[in-house]
Design a protein around this ligand. Structure first.
Ligand SMILES: Nc1ncnc2c1ncn2[C@@H]1O[C@H](COP(=O)(O)OP(=O)(O)OP(=O)(O)O)[C@@H](O)[C@H]1O
Ligand SMILES: [Mg+2]
Length: 457
């Protein structure tokens, strides 16, 4: 018996009816447990997990309603089907109200029972599948999943994996929304410090005094209002990693203090005289041009050298277009599960728009677009109508771009296929996915247009 075999509990105090059902359900290939006794059914529900419970409503001692409520208490995902001889409307309504999946009136047709049981199993399977997907996404978040098929990104991941177990400081740079924090978490989780805390601070969000308080903490009585000792982030991140975002925005005097902490591995709390040991791995990030910040004297070069032992430069999304379909489908799956929506596909038009857009907000912007698309979509597919307004306009522009004589449908198709192939870096499998046709059809078209030797796998 495979683990996928559905398991069914049959409860009916009429022996012949029970044997009959048992025979039919076994013939369907289900694993069947049958009992004539209500009290025994309750015991079985405690001991085993069933996908579906098929129970007679009117039984002596323990009736179908009790079986139903027991089943719901011990295993809410199990579907319960009521069988009733001469059903009174009240009892049926009552059973449905308490969550019975279906009722079957006696005498029943075996075909009807087969069909209803099949539906109930399908429903249970859908519930567990959704649950599994949700858990998968949750663990992805715990594990940090960086989605990419770009060669530069792949090299960055290799570097990050390699240097993670060392304690060296890392400077992560890249435009807003490219995944700097994601990389920082990745380094932390792959490091020997993964059991310790990962704490972050936005260095641009505080003035000097507040930043000192956040990072260094203070002694009791250090200033008016300092009624108790407070540990700062350098201390709280002990044994773990401190992620310092927008590092170039740190006030100059704080830069000196940070440099000292990195060099000496100890600090004084504000108002303190006793040095406290610091055991932290420093990861810093910036979306600015660090070199010009140094040239303009806003950022200390010696601090830069200390933080930039390893440098990870994350390319903008517009520079790695082959990640767009991959990320789109990743986010589609993520949000469809989270929002319990049916969206599974992205229309060709939408994908063309996304491939043609330059994403100033990078992956975060793409994620928002897909999240919105999933929320707006009613059916299986995200269509152009589910895109934000400015992107919809882009759709029209994409097709108006070619000037002069209006191209024929065939010319248009040829140009479009050529463009997609180019965007897919010649990868025909990816190109055919984006185009929404299979590889053979793509090959035929390429052959027809005399383009098949232009691209390689
Ligand atoms: N390669 C990727 N795979 C999966 N998710 C990604 C990827 N890159 C970015 N994301 C997601 O995009 C969002 C933005 O990423 P993140 O916060 O790391 O960007 P950032 O570079 O720190 O941005 P900012 O400069 O604005 O702080 C997050 O939800 C992140 O999980
Ligand atoms: Mg960030």
């Amino acid at each position: 018996m495979t683990p996928d075999t559905a398991k069914i509990l049959l409860v009916d105090d009429e022996r012949i009816a029970l044997r009959n059902l048992e025979h039919v359900m076994k013939k369907e290939g289900y694993e069947v447990v049958a009992t004539q006794s209500g009290p025994n059914a309750l015991k079985l529900l405690d001991e085993q997990r069933f996908d579906v419970v098929l129970t007679d409503l009117r039984m002596e001692k323990v009736d179908g309603m009790q079986v139903l409520s027991k089943s719901q208490a011990v295993s809410p995902d199990t579907e319960v089907i009521m069988i009733t001889g001469f059903a009174t409307l009240d009892s049926v309504v009552d059973a449905m109200k308490h969550g019975a999946f279906y009722y079957i009136a006696k005498p029943f047709k075996l075909d009807e029972v087969r069909k209803i049981v099949k539906e109930a199993i399908h429903k249970v399977r859908m519930k567990t599948e959704n649950q599994r997907l949700r858990e998968q996404i949750e663990t992805y978040q715990g594990k940090v999943k960086i989605i990419t098929q770009d060669a530069t990104m792949q090299r960055l991941l290799d570097t990050a994996t390699q240097i993670a177990p060392t304690d060296c400081n890392v400077l992560i740079s890249g435009e807003s929304g490219t995944g700097k924090e994601l990389f920082a978490r990745f380094v932390h989780l792959k490091s020997r410090r993964s059991g310790g805390p990962f704490l972050g601070i936005n260095c641009g969000a505080f003035n000097e005094e507040l930043l000192a308080n956040e990072l260094f903490g203070h002694e009791k009585g250090a200033f008016t209002g300092a009624v108790a000792m407070k540990r700062g982030l350098f201390e709280m991140a002990s044994g773990g990693t401190l992620f310092m975002d927008e590092i170039t925005e740190m006030p100059p005097s704080m830069q000196v203090k940070l440099l000292r902490v990195i060099q000496e591995r100890e600090l004084l709390r504000v108002g303190g005289t006793e040095p406290v040991a610091v055991n932290v791995r420093f990861l810093a990030a910036t979306n600015r041009d660090v070199q010009s910040a140094i040239q303009e004297g806003r950022f200390r070069q010696d601090l830069y050298f200390r933080l930039n032992v390893v440098s990870l430069r994350i390319p903008p999304l517009s520079g790695r277009k082959e990640d767009i379909p991959l990320l789109s489908y990743y986010f589609l799956k993520k949000y469809a599960v989270l929002m319990k929506k049916e969206a599974r596909e992205i229309s060709e038009d939408v994908m063309a728009v996304l491939m043609n857009y330059d994403f100033p907000g990078n992956v975060r912007e793409l994620e928002n677009i897909i999240e919105r698309g999933v929320a707006m979509a009613n059916g299986k597919t995200i269509e152009t109508a589910h895109l934000p307004e400015d992107l919809k306009e882009l759709n029209i522009k994409t097709f108006r771009k070619r000037e002069g004589k209006i191209p024929s449908l065939e010319e248009q198709e040829m140009a479009y296929i050529q463009w997609v192939l180019q965007e897919a870096a010649g990868n025909k499998t990816l190109a055919s996915q984006i185009l929404g046709i299979d590889r053979v059809s793509l090959w035929r078209k390429l052959k027809k247009f005399g383009m098949e030797e232009d691209s390689e796998e």
